[in-house]
Design a protein around this ligand. Structure first.
Ligand SMILES: [Zn+2]
Length: 115
């Protein structure tokens, strides 16, 4: 229940798109230094710190927006194929990353872009 309470404390919905299903909401550290911020603390402690106001540099993002933010901020490895598919029209690069032919990569990109 601490997780739900912490979500409510932070507004109860994704700050980007307003998505409010708590099952897909994630705690995002504003400065992208999440690993450093949570080191040495367990999950319950992190929720308590949100609830008592100790932790202020955290915001709610849904899973989709969190992925998009990571892609925008380059918080993940450059070769992560999800960000590549979202941001690249380069079929050659995609075929290399996924190990498929350039034709397959081209049609995959078209499929993703038309969704
Ligand atoms: Zn969202």
């Amino acid at each position: 229940m601490l997780r739900l309470a912490a979500i409510q404390k932070l507004g109860g919905k994704c700050i980007r798109c307003g998505y409010s299903d708590h099952r897909a909401l994630q705690f995002d550290h504003v400065n992208g230094d999440g690993i450093r911020a949570i080191r040495g603390t367990n999950q319950l402690t992190r929720y308590r710190r949100i609830l008592d106001g100790t932790t202020v540099d955290v915001q709610l993002l849904c899973a989709n927006c969190n992925w998009i933010k990571r892609s925008e901020n380059d918080e993940q490895p450059k070769r992560d194929y999800v960000s590549s598919l979202q941001s690249s029209t380069d079929a050659e690069k995609v075929s290399d990353i996924l190990g498929i032919s350039i034709d397959q990569a081209d049609s995959l990109i078209h499929t993703l872009k038309s969704q």
